[in-house]
Write a protein that binds this ligand. Structure first.
Ligand code: F6R
Length: 593
């Protein structure tokens, strides 16, 4: 949520590098954007509302007063929290005297009281944001020198932040974090700072992670400090194995369809885990006294699917909840509990809070993440990397199925049948490879054309595919903006069936398992009320008005069942002229609560 990018180095086109970096981070927030760049003893700011899109840096010269070339710049792509989407509220934010510029990701909880204090001292606010208090506070403590002024200002803040500061009178780039991600990339005589690694992958794969309550001051080198003890920290450089191409669209029109297609390879990659370590983690689950699966949104639906998989395959009960709900359940957590956090980004604030709560109770934490070095990866006792590669479309697809594959494999490992699980998933991966072809996508496109103008649609599933119905509804909502809801098939008759009338599309997920007959009966109930039945199943059935075939993969059915719905959601988005990569009101990686 909100993308930050900064450059300091020998190149003189820092502003251009930052604009390019922001374009790569736009999936984190896209309602407005802005840059600050340093030329001589001046910090200039330029900002706009809307997407950065194709912004051409050569037009910047006409838009700002003075030179634009320099060695240091920073920028921000915003997802609004405090204050509407206006140019004034876009970042960066100047101090009163315009000698300091600040970009910020996170929420400053005590900004109202700080604002009142600063206003009383005569500071004039230009925006409605919480961020502006930071730039004014730094100005207030200016006499301490830039680094100490930033430290002092940060010590006054409550809440979460990733903050970057440029000062007119100083040649250092200053950054700090508490609760929101910030990563330093080290190139040849140059440094990058970004909220996410893909933004600087084309320049360097060497990274240094900033931890909470740490600051980095970049001059010719990067110096790290602990904000609490004021001590210097030696940072390890980590080499990232993502390739720059993996974070680009390549020949695909959108990241979403690229990432859907990548599922041909990602399942096989996900299950390629160190077996000894995997079994050790499975044993932790076995020995835990109470296990919670925790995630948000799509990852939350994956967690719910995991609870069915653990019950079915390993006869093991696990609790499930959303990250945001976990604190309300904390009274049951003890030092013998295990929390399994599922997150693509490893940075979702609600899930991170759940982990903090669990750790506060001395419970163990296992994170299932996609971004190596993310906060969850680093603060957990154990971590499993799902290895899906950078996921940039806001709507999660390949990370979802890779997470499902890992939970399926864990369930088998728990039941001491790791090899059997592997064979199943290798077979599933190969079936997905066969399934994802242009003919299959065209078949789904025909359906999308038929239903593209509907107001509402419903998805039903049962057993392990009930959470998949919920996830299907999220995918459809996110990118097609059609009102979509998922239900457990058996629940229809308890209320939702009142919503069905003539022609309403109802996607029915029919797995070849013990739920098959009942799910078909639910479909018949819908059809009797005029519903248009779209069957997702290995076999056709008379009840289906439209059939989308999926391979028969036994216990791995959730993985194959969600894929046609991802494709349908994508195609509906295109037909309805929505941007599937950047759906309205959403952002990838929700780092605010
Ligand atoms: C929906 C989607 C979101 C995320 C959720 C958690 O397609 O992507 O619902 O699943 O915001 O994000 P992560 O997995 O990064 O914790």
């Amino acid at each position: 949520m909100c993308g930050i990018f900064a450059y300091k180095g020998q190149k003189t086109n820092a502003a251009q590098l930052v604009v390019n970096g922001l374009k790569k981070l736009e999936y984190r927030g896209y309602d407005s954007w802005g840059i600050a760049f340093k030329t001589g003893h001046k910090v200039s700011i330029y900002k706009e509302i809307g997407k950065i899109g194709e912004f051409d840096i050569s037009t910047l010269k006409e838009k700002v007063d003075g030179p634009i070339n320099g060695h240091m710049a920073m920028g921000h792509s915003r997802w609004a929290t405090h204050g509407g989407v206006t140019q004034e509220n876009a970042h960066p934010h100047y101090s009163q005297d315009k000698t300091i510029a600040v970009v910020h990701n996170g929420i400053i909880e005590n900004f109202e009281e700080l604002k009142t204090e600063l206003k009383e001292k005569g500071y004039k606010f230009r925006s409605e944001t919480d961020t502006e208090v930071i730039s004014h506070l730094i100005q207030k403590y200016k006499s301490l020198g830039p680094v100490d002024a930033v430290k002092k200002a940060l010590s006054r803040l409550r809440g979460r932040y990733a903050v970057l500061v440029l000062c007119a009178e100083d040649d250092r780039l200053i950054a700090a974090r508490r609760g929101s991600p910030l990563i330093v990339g080290k190139g040849e005589n140059e440094f990058f700072i970004a909220s996410d690694i893909p933004a600087f992958l084309e320049y360097t794969r060497k990274v240094m992670y900033l931890d909470d309550n740490q600051m980095v001051v970049i001059n010719n080198d990067a110096e790290f400090f602990d904000l609490e003890t004021n001590k210097k920290i030696d940072k390890r450089i980590v080499k990232i194995d993502w390739s720059p191409e993996s974070a680009e669209k390549g020949e695909f029109p959108h990241f979403m369809i690229k990432e859907i297609t990548e599922q041909k390879e990602t399942i096989a990659r996900a299950i390629n885990q160190d077996e000894k370590q995997f079994m050790k983690i499975a044993n932790e689950i076995k020995n835990a006294y109470g296990t919670y699966l925790v995630g948000c949104g799509t990852a939350g639906k994956v967690c719910l699917t995991g609870s069915y998989l653990f019950a079915k395959i390993a006869k093991r009960h696990v609790n499930v909840t959303f990250g945001s709900e976990f604190p309300s359940l904390q009274d049951f957590i003890t030092d013998r509990s295990l929390v399994i956090a599922v997150s693509q980004s490893g940075e979702t604030a609600d899930t991170l809070e759940a982990i903090e709560v669990a750790k506060g109770k001395k419970a163990k934490v296992l994170s299932i993440i996609n971004v190596e070095g993310s906060s969850m990866d680093r603060i957990s006792d154990y971590a499993i990397n799902i290895k899906a590669g950078p996921e940039k479309a806001v709507a999660s697809t390949k990370a979802t199925t890779a997470q499902l594959a890992i939970l399926t494999l864990l369930a088998y490992a728990l039941d001491n049948r790791l090899e059997e699980g592997k064979i199943l998933l290798v077979n599933t991966a190969s079936q997905i490879n066969d399934m994802l072809n242009p003919r299959y996508e065209d078949h789904i496109l025909n359906l999308a054309k038929k239903i593209k103008d509907v107001e509402s649609m419903y998805v039903i599933g049962k057993g392990v595919n009930y959470p998949i119905a919920l996830e299907a509804a999220i995918k459809l909502q996110e990118v097609s903006y059609i009102h979509a809801e998922g239900f457990a098939g058996g629940e229809l008759k308890h209320g939702p069936i009142a919503l069905i009338n003539d022609g309403v599309p109802c996607v029915v997920i029919v797995a070849n398992d013990e739920t098959k007959q009942e799910t078909i009966s639910n479909a018949i109930e819908v059809k009797s009320r005029g519903g248009y039945i779209i069957g997702i199943a290995p076999e056709n059935n008379n009840i289906f008005d439209y059939w989308i075939k999926v391979p028969e993969v036994g216990e791995a059915s959730p993985i194959v069942n969600i894929i046609p719905i991802q494709i349908l959601a994508y195609q509906l988005a295109i037909l309805r002229k929505n941007n599937p990569d950047m759906p309205r009101n959403l952002a990838k990686s929700v780092t605010v609560k």
